[in-house]
Design a protein around this ligand. Structure first.
Ligand code: NBG
Length: 836
């Protein structure tokens, strides 16, 4: 990067200074960048590292956000105070992705900033690459929370995203010798210019200890909690701007620290090291993000994390409610709190505790408030992912909450028995406490009982919730259940990550689509326009080249941008069936080996995704992908036709490159297992065609884009249920299909692992013995469907036509639509109107 001579920032007069910190033209931005470099980073240009430059730019951009943030706070202080309602989105995970580029887009200053930097001899793209993204989530659930925050701000709905400021987010993934290696995430290593700590708004949180009944001065029976530990939660705030919007919401993440006075107590009795240990313990609470797909029973710290952030957040809501001049009885008029999965569901008990124990409210009234304030979104049907905590563990951390939960449960079961007299089985099924064997607290039950609304995240998923997982609750309270299909933000997932496509679209239909995604429909008229089609293909070709370059850099594998990019990126999990994709690759490989001259659309198979560190089978699948890649990529017989690449460390940032480059999007989970999926939406919005099962949101995507523009295969949910009920035998499929047998035998007998022939035996055995996710049953249908997709790709014009129609019909999947539905059906929240 070219360095210019030292240019000290000019100290400007006050009036100009205002302009420099908030102005949106390139001159103001340039000056403010130099100011930040000098006054905040303490660097001159000649000594500045790339990180200094990134930080300086981030601060300059943050200034511009802050002016909106503060304006917002002022608005809240004044006119609309009386009837303002905040959405409080409680989520243990947020995956915002890099902030800088997104903020530039949302402020509408991307070009001006690029120009400002160019004028100083710097390259914006290079500085964008310097940002370490906050990986404070595992996958779709956390990313959804961030898409929702973007939409809330864009739609002018006042909102606070409440979560945890993990010091170590999701690990960085490296691939060594084909295996996943986890490296600690260092997102805070070089400082985080986006957040502002607000120690004066800290909250204290109790943990452990015991409870004690007493009579208060009015002779009323009360209970107090005598905790073993108290920790402090410090809010770290990040402004979340919407797209060219006038409101800037807050992502408030809690960081655990030691309570000072607590240190002093030990210190005074001379136990200095005990005091230091206390501090160490306190800080552990927000140290690390846990994986969401590992058996987690017994993870005490995780429950402490959940309680910690929920308690801080609820107390913060009560504080704001007071600030608004509202009485505690009116909490639900000013707050709609959404539980993003069961992770924050202890909120039900905590809000009751705050109201009853600390605010001395009657139980019935407190219950009404709790119920009216909370809503619960379920994100999974997998039984092993439904959170439950061993009762004793729960009690050891939250002794008061377990009492409250028992009381909630007692009252609830009274209601159940009235409705279903003498039906103990039903009561046992509905109870918050699972007493089948060891006792557990079922968090989904607590959340369902304590919320006024429960929703699933795609139509099928919501139906299955009603039919299966929460069936008894649905019978009790049918009106409580809703569906709100997920969506993703087109700002990050098209505008920011696919500038080529964005300009092409805007050129044709104007830029209204960015906030009104249904406008994309207008592209339908262009689906057969040859000239437009050529441009469309060119954009895709460029995006593919860019991805190919990254893949080459990070893996050494060379892939041809003219081949079909067949991509599966998502967490590695057996139900998502990355190994089914591998079966397909091996099948094609075997075919070519047998008939080297066969005609086949050249394909590059690209995988990305992390496996939970303790999930053996998922890690073995990564190794298998790499081993198969090793054989296929180095076999001269298939050269030019098949390539396999595993792109390491898939995250939001790499997502920006991956979705726009795909021709074919793999959404191949076993029907009934993927609650929604959101990657499926990102791909299709960027012009990929989907090959998928009738699962999650695939079904609705197919409805929207049209069956003829979607490659459908596989068993339906009903068929999966039926087949399992009848006794599914995977071996029958193995016996009756020669090509399937060949694939499994090769995996099983070491064809792809010559140095350790038994390496993949556990995988093959689990498929032959049980095949929980029915790969064998879906194999033939998948292969046939892939053949069809391969053929279709050979007809470039036809493919482009389908690709355009996919994009044109994705309007429904904007997170703006999801948020509008939440506002209407669940939150009763309104968009603030500003006079333009
Ligand atoms: C995930 C589902 C996805 C869904 C996202 C967002 C969890 C527990 N669930 O299918 O597996 O798209 O949530 O709703 O992470």
């Amino acid at each position: 990067m070219k360095k210019r001579t030292i240019r000290e920032p000019q100290i400007t007069q006050h009036a100009r200074h205002e302009h420099i910190r908030t102005g949106l033209n390139h001159e103001a931005i340039a000056q403010s960048f130099l100011d930040s470099l000098y006054f905040i980073q303490g660097r001159t240009q000649s000594l500045a590292t790339r990180n200094d430059l990134y930080m300086a730019l981030a601060y300059a951009v943050r200034d511009r956000l802050l002016s909106l943030w503060l304006m917002d706070a002022r608005a809240l202080e004044n006119d609309i105070r009386a009837d303002i309602k905040f959405v409080s989105y409680l989520s243990a995970e947020f995956l915002p992705g890099p902030h800088l580029g997104n903020n530039l887009i949302n402020l509408g200053i991307y070009e001006e900033t690029s120009k400002a930097l160019r004028g100083l001899g710097y390259d914006l793209e290079e500085l964008l690459g310097q940002e370490e993204e906050p990986g404070l989530g595992n996958g779709g659930l956390g990313r959804l929370a961030s898409c929702f925050m973007d939409s809330l701000s864009t739609l002018h709905v006042p909102a606070i995203g409440y979560g945890i400021r993990y010091e170590f987010g999701i690990f960085d993934q490296e691939i060594r010798d084909g295996w996943q290696v986890e490296i600690t995430d260092k997102w805070l290593g070089f400082g985080n210019p986006w957040e502002i700590h607000r120690p004066e708004l800290s909250q204290s949180v109790n943990l452990g200890g015991r409870t004690e009944p007493y009579y208060d001065e009015h002779g009323k029976y009360r209970v107090r909690w005598l905790p073993a530990k108290v920790v402090k939660g410090v809010p770290c705030d990040t402004p979340i701007l919407g797209y060219k919007s006038k409101i800037c919401n807050t992502l408030r993440l809690w960081k655990a620290e030691a309570i000072e006075s607590f240190d002093f107590k030990d210190f005074n009795v001379g136990d200095y090291y005990a005091a230091v240990n206390e501090k160490v313990f306190s800080e552990t609470i927000t140290k690390v993000l846990y994986p969401n797909d590992e058996p987690e029973i017994g993870k005490k710290l995780r429950l402490a994390q959940q309680y910690f952030f929920v308690s801080c957040s609820l107390k913060d809501m009560l504080r704001i409610n007071r600030l608004l001049g509202s009485r505690i009885e009116n909490l639900s008029r000013h707050f709609a709190a959404q539980l993003n999965d069961t992770h924050p569901s202890v909120a039900v008990a905590e809000l009751m505790r705050l109201l009853v124990d600390e605010h001395n409210m009657e139980w019935e009234k407190a219950w009404q408030i709790t119920h009216d304030t909370l809503g619960y979104t379920n994100h999974t049907l997998l039984p092993e992912a439904l959170e439950k905590w061993p009762l004793n563990l729960f009690r050891s951390i939250l002794p008061r909450h377990i009492e409250i939960i028992y009381e909630i449960n007692r009252r609830f079961l009274d209601e159940v028995r009235l409705r279903y007299p003498a039906n103990d089985e039903k009561a046992a099924r509905l109870s918050i406490i699972d007493e089948t064997n060891e006792k557990y607290v079922r968090m989904a039950h607590l959340a369902t009982i304590g919320s006024h609304a429960v929703n699933g995240v795609a139509e099928l998923h919501s139906e299955l919730l009603k039919r299966d997982v929460l069936r008894d609750f649905y019978e009790l309270w049918p009106a409580k259940f809703h569906n709100i299909t997920n969506g993703v933000t087109p700002r990050r997932w098209i505008l920011l990550s696919n500038p080529g496509l964005s300009s092409l679209i805007t050129e044709k239909i104007g830029e209204r689509w960015i906030k009104h995604l249904e406008d994309l429909r207008k592209l339908e008229l262009l689906a057969d326009d040859a000239h437009f089609g050529d441009k469309w293909r060119l954009v895709k070709r460029d995006n593919k080249s860019a991805l190919a370059t990254i893949i080459k850099e990070r893996t050494g594998t060379v892939i041809d941008p003219d081949s079909m990019f067949d991509i599966q990126v998502k967490r590695i999990h057996e139900y998502k069936r990355q190994h089914l994709k591998i079966f397909h690759i091996i099948t094609l490989y075997n075919r070519i080996k047998r008939d080297p001259d066969m005609e086949i659309a050249p394909r590059s198979f690209i995988f990305g995704g992390k496996a939970a560190p303790g999930y053996f089978m998922a890690k073995l699948i990564i190794k298998l992908i790499n081993c198969v890649g090793e054989v296929v990529n180095n076999d001269p017989d298939v050269r030019g036709r098949l390539k396999v690449a595993f792109l390491p460390d898939f995250n939001v940032q790499t997502g920006h490159l991956v979705y726009p480059a795909a021709d074919l999007s793999e959404q191949i989970s076993t029907a009934g297992k993927e609650a929604s999926g959101t990657g499926n939406m990102k791909f299709s919005m960027n012009g990929a065609l989907t090959i998928g099962t009738l699962d999650g949101a695939n079904i609705e995507i197919r409805q929207e884009v049209g069956a003829e523009n979607f490659f459908l295969f596989g068993l339906t949910t009903e068929e999966v249920f039926d087949m399992k009920a009848r006794g599914y035998n995977p071996r029958e499929y193995y016996e009756s299909s020669a090509s399937l047998r060949e694939v499994i035998d090769q995996i099983n007998l070491g064809y792809f692992s010559k140095e350790d022939k038994k390496l993949f035996k556990p995988l093959a055995d689990s498929l032959l013995d049980r095949d929980e996710y029915m790969l064998l049953a879906d194999y033939q249908s998948y292969i046939d469907c892939q053949d069809e997709a391969g053929k279709a790709f050979l007809d470039g014009k036809k493919w482009t036509h389908m690709s355009i129609l996919n994009v044109a019909r994705m309007g429904k999947f904007s997170s703006d639509r999801s948020i509008r539905e939440y506002c209407e059906k669940i939150w009763d929240a309104k968009q603030i109107r500003y006079d333009e």
